[in-house]
Design a protein around this ligand. Structure first.
Ligand SMILES: [Zn+2]
Length: 346
């Protein structure tokens, strides 16, 4: 078995993290006190305890959006801390989701809070050499009008590092169809697009909508595609990269504990032609690191060196960066992977 040290050492991209799911307990507590938020220390503590049924997670996210993260400096702090933690895990580039809808009233507000994230990006690049891009993400539990407004803010206040849009929160409560107009608007303005679809056991039809109507450039989760071989073929033919999360709590909750890893959809995805790339999603909340997320692909799902090497390439191909940067990464990251594999081979 390859060890955690190997997975920490290989150069990695992080293409699927939610900024609010990366906050450390200390920082959450500290900022909640500073902003005199109503969320209690007990509620914050519950956010970091990974139970069978996650409790109070939504409440914690909403408190962060509406009353804890109020100033650009708050966003600067959490962004810098996230990138620092990931850089220590061998992450060299991160593309991170942030939901402006719950925190911003208008385009000015959006640009103001975003400036804190961008400042965090700049400081992390200077201090740690890690690069980052922002993917403002539609809150699918809010209205389609709010989604349109978010895209309009991005058009009114463009930024070179706010490259595209995503959509997240609970797919059961917010199926993708109603957000097609917001995605089309984003596409017309040259914004790249990704979408959470096929998470929480939601039907493969949601993944089809993301591809055919929302025009996505990559997919997040998409586990239920395995129930539809034609759809898998289409995703493969379109060369869409799928970000996956081995620690995703839905399957931890719903599959039997003793056969969880054997039955997990991720295990079957590559054989169906899906080009997957492992990620941490909400790393501090789910108590997972990039090295452990990668390690789970090997330890839990049995993927060997060749598959892991392919995942590395998938991430580079799916990144929202220029082709020239991808070429550099392909050469450097594969060389590093091969060298490290020789050193760490059991
Ligand atoms: Zn996610």
């Amino acid at each position: 078995m390859l060890t955690e040290a190997f997975f920490r050492a290989i150069p990695k991209l992080a293409l699927h993290d939610h900024l609010l799911g990366t906050i450390s307990r200390e920082t959450f507590q500290d900022l909640a006190e500073k902003r005199r938020a109503t969320i209690t220390a007990e509620e914050i503590a519950a956010f970091y305890i990974r139970g069978e049924k996650p409790v109070g997670v939504l409440r914690a996210f909403r408190a962060l959006e509406s009353e804890v993260l109020r100033e650009p400096e708050d966003f600067h702090r959490i962004t810098y801390e996230y990138l620092t933690a990931h850089a220590r895990q061998g992450v060299v580039h991160a593309e991170i989701f942030w939901n402006p809808t719950g925190s911003c009233r208008d385009a000015t507000d959006y640009a103001r809070l975003r400036s804190g994230i961008i400042a965090g990006f700049e400081d992390a690049r200077r201090d740690l050499g890690v690069s980052a891009l922002l993917i403002p993400s539609i809150d699918r539990e809010a209205s389609p009008e709010a989604a349109m407004a978010m895209v309009e803010w991005m058009i009114e206040q463009p930024h070179v590092q706010a490259v595209g849009i995503g959509i997240d929160y609970n797919e059961v409560k917010g199926p993708p169809g109603q957000f097609v107009p917001a995605y089309r608007l984003a596409g017309r303005h040259g914004l790249l697009r990704t979408a959470h679809a096929g998470e929480f056991g939601c039907p493969p039809a949601n993944i089809r909508t993301a591809i055919h109507e929302m025009g996505v450039d990559r997919l997040d989760h998409a586990y239920t595609a395995i129930d539809d071989p034609d759809l898998c073929r289409e995703i493969a033919d379109r060369n869409l990269i799928v970000t996956v999360v081995p620690s995703n709590s839905y399957y931890l909750r719903t599959l039997p504990r003793d056969s969880w890893a054997a039955e997990h959809p991720i295990r079957r995805m590559p054989a169906l032609g899906l080009r997957i790339h492992p990620n941490t999603d909400d790393p501090t909340m789910h108590l997972v690191t990039p090295a452990r997320a990668w390690g789970m692909m090997h330890w839990e799902f049995g993927f060997g060196p060749d598959a892991l090497r392919a995942f590395l390439l998938n991430g580079i191909d799916g990144a929202f960066v220029e082709e020239a940067q991808k070429s550099v990464w392909r050469a450097e990251h594969l060389a590093a992977f091969d060298t490290l594999l020789k050193e760490h081979a059991p």
